[in-house]
Design a protein around this ligand. Structure first.
Ligand code: ZN
Ligand code: ZN
Length: 74
């Protein structure tokens, strides 16, 4: 009999990191940490570092201050 076929560690991601809130997987810790801000209700403008309580506020700020009016600038 072979009872060594069960491999532990199956599940979230392959060598990656998963958000504990929504389960979304990320390749780097920084990416995960950046993502988790959306669950904290805080988000930071990557252009000037100002912190906002919602993604919507940040997007509005980016549109007004930085002239970025598209939904997802990258
Ligand atoms: Zn998440
Ligand atoms: Zn800004």
């Amino acid at each position: 009999m072979n009872h060594a076929s069960l491999s532990p560690g199956r599940g979230v991601g392959e060598g990656g990191l998963a958000c504990t809130v929504c389960g979304k997987a990320f390749r780097t810790k920084n990416a995960l940490l950046d993502h988790t801000k959306v669950h904290w209700g805080k988000t930071e403008c990557e252009l000037c570092g100002k912190v906002f309580s919602t993604e919507g506020n940040k997007k509005r700020h980016r549109a007004q201050v930085h002239g970025l009016d598209s939904e997802e600038q990258d």
